[in-house]
Design a binder for this molecule. Sequence first.
Ligand SMILES: *Cc1c(COP(=O)(O)O)cnc(C)c1O
Length: 360
Amino acid sequence: MVPVTKPFLPPKEDYDLLLHGIWKRHWLTNMGPLASDLEMKLKEHLNVKHLLFVTNGTVALQLAIKALGLTGEIITTPFTYVATTSSIVWEGCEPVFVDIDKHSLNIDPTKIEAAITEKTTAIVATHVYGNPCDVEAIQKIADKHKLKVIYDAAHAFGVKVNGTSIFNYGDISTCSTHATKLYHTCEGGLVVTKNADTLKTLAYMRNFGHSGPESFQGIGINGKNSEFHAAMGLANLPCMDAIHAQRQKLSERYTLKLKNFKAVQPVWHKKSASNYAYYPIVFESEALLLKCIDVLKANEIFGRRYFYPSLATSLPYTKNVPLENTDNIAKRIFCLPLYYDLTIEEVDLICRLLLRTQNN
Ligand SMILES: *Cc1c(COP(=O)(O)O)cnc(C)c1O
């Protein structure tokens, strides 16, 4: 069986070594030494100023929205995972969907201004598949209209743009370190900011609002993560170069073998390189996509229609709006299997099946 993704596991001895320390200390959570060490190492690895390791990528988004005090309407993309949208609604704000650019598959900055009203407080955009949004254009609009910017960078671990981490853009960037993501801690998330005051707010909010053992700064939730999760993160971090190299090799094989296949890839940001988190393709037609899904399934190969359907037409708690590019792309998008353990032979088989189906 070939699944769409398969979590990477580090050498077990490396994880065991970290567990020894946990058994010695009996310190299991609440910003323990491993969680602190992970935060320090991630800041270094990513070259970002402030970073907190939190429960998961969804809590990271909720903390970001709360820490910036957002209310009213938030402009966002419907072409993302549901957590981007649900976090906005969960925090009592209204998502206003703006269509995507049909090449980058990210929110189209030229369509943002038309969606701004006097109730708009922020833009929450996703770097889809790790492909950076047009961060300069978005910041320009945000500055002009005094809006905050949050990037859902769940897919964008390790991505750089203009020579700096993509996490350095916006007021806050969030990441997910869920088991299915490029870099994982089983469950987990990150909030990243350049602003020291925002960091302070995020830090007390992550810990029930505590400012000391017997005092409170404001409202908070439990957004902490455990030593066991931090240990997985610490053991995985040194493997990222090998993971990147393997995923690059597999992705390049797909691209080579699918040269004559009727599908296109999202157009990547000119000043950035892929982190190979996903291998998305946009099929020429939904009919061909559905045929290919069946053929792959018959061979026990599973990709994913990620993201389908458009969140602007499928959620029972938001207004339904048709959006030309999103609706059109969502029907034809498909992520092919991509993970460290995938073999070149499996990639070749997948490509053969796709080509055969197209030519039948
Ligand atoms: C995975 C993901 C999330 C949610 O992260 P969790 O860690 O699973 O809570 C949010 N946004 C996007 C774009 C994601 O892919």
